[in-house]
Write a protein that binds this ligand. Structure first.
Ligand SMILES: C[S@@+](CC[C@H](N)C(=O)[O-])C[C@H]1O[C@@H](n2cnc3c(N)ncnc32)[C@H](O)[C@@H]1O
Length: 243
């Protein structure tokens, strides 16, 4: 998956340029991000996120990190499901974290960092969630290795990400996403290019099988995948082996 490091949507760019551009996209759209998610997906992302968070069991003690946690949507759901559990958000976009701070208040620690260089000691986390963030990472393989390092033995990494739809659904889905999403981006978020990037990054993202292989390469075991809406999105759950 690390070939993604030289792409920005369909453009070929250097990794440092990609990093800066991805951060600029999310800084630019942060304030309208949640509204746009509702409009673009016809509220469907809420159902996917509810299903995703319902599957987070976190049997190992320790903080749960919501990586690429953005505006705090997943962290808020985790806290509702597991009150009393410590949940922290990690994300490099300070604008996205600013929205999370207003939404969640001081009870949730916010950490400005990238998944490729997590500021946590080895084997310190009880679980990690990562929703719609993996495809934005410049080095997804390195981020998976970092997650593996920071999780405690027996802890799980839960990933929700767009994927490649079943063949018959590809055409209507691509048509919808190429036309409607940039249009909504222009009208509502006033940033057509940012939403063009989001559509492109979904189109070029590898299959669920490739994501599973990357997780296995990082050392995770018991890697499971559940496809949602004819493969449009997928939930991956992977465990760090217990000692
Ligand atoms: C599509 S948003 C998802 C936000 C949230 N998880 C949700 O599901 O609503 C993607 C997030 O990934 C973050 N991101 C981009 N590059 C990242 C990286 N290298 N490491 C961690 N997060 C990253 C962005 O800043 C953005 O907040």
């Amino acid at each position: 998956m690390d070939h993604l490091s030289r792409t920005f949507g369909h453009d070929a760019v250097e990794p440092a340029v990609r990093r800066a551009r991805v951060r600029a996209v999310f800084d630019a759209i942060a304030v309208r991000y949640d509204l746009m998610n509702d409009l673009m997906s016809g509220f469907m992302h809420r159902g996917w996120k509810a299903r995703f968070v319902a599957g987070v069991t976190a049997p190992v003690e320790g903080p749960i990190v919501d990586l690429a946690g953005g505006t705090g949507d997943i962290a808020e759901r985790l806290l509702r499901r597991m009150p009393g559990r410590e949940v922290a958000i990690v994300d490099p976009s300070t604008a996205m974290l600013g929205v999370a701070a207003r939404r969640l208040g001081p009870k949730v620690p916010l950490v400005a960092a990238e998944g490729e260089a997590l500021p946590f000691t080895d084997a310190s986390l009880g679980a990690m969630t990562l929703a719609f963030g993996l495809r934005n990472m410049t080095e997804p393989g390195r981020a998976m290795a970092e997650a593996f390092r920071a999780l405690k033995p027996g802890a799980r990494l839960h990933i929700l990400e767009f994927s490649q739809p079943d063949r018959w659904f590809e055409w209507p889905y691509r048509l919808y996403s190429r036309i409607t999403i940039p249009l909504l981006g222009a009208l509502v978020a006033r940033d057509r290019n940012a939403y063009r990037y989001l559509v492109d990054s979904i189109e070029i993202f590898p299959s669920a099988e490739d994501v599973s292989q990357t997780l296995a390469d990082a050392g995770f075991v018991d890697v499971r995948v559940e496809k949602l809406m004819f493969g449009v999105a997928a939930i991956h759950v992977a465990s760090k082996p217990a000692e």
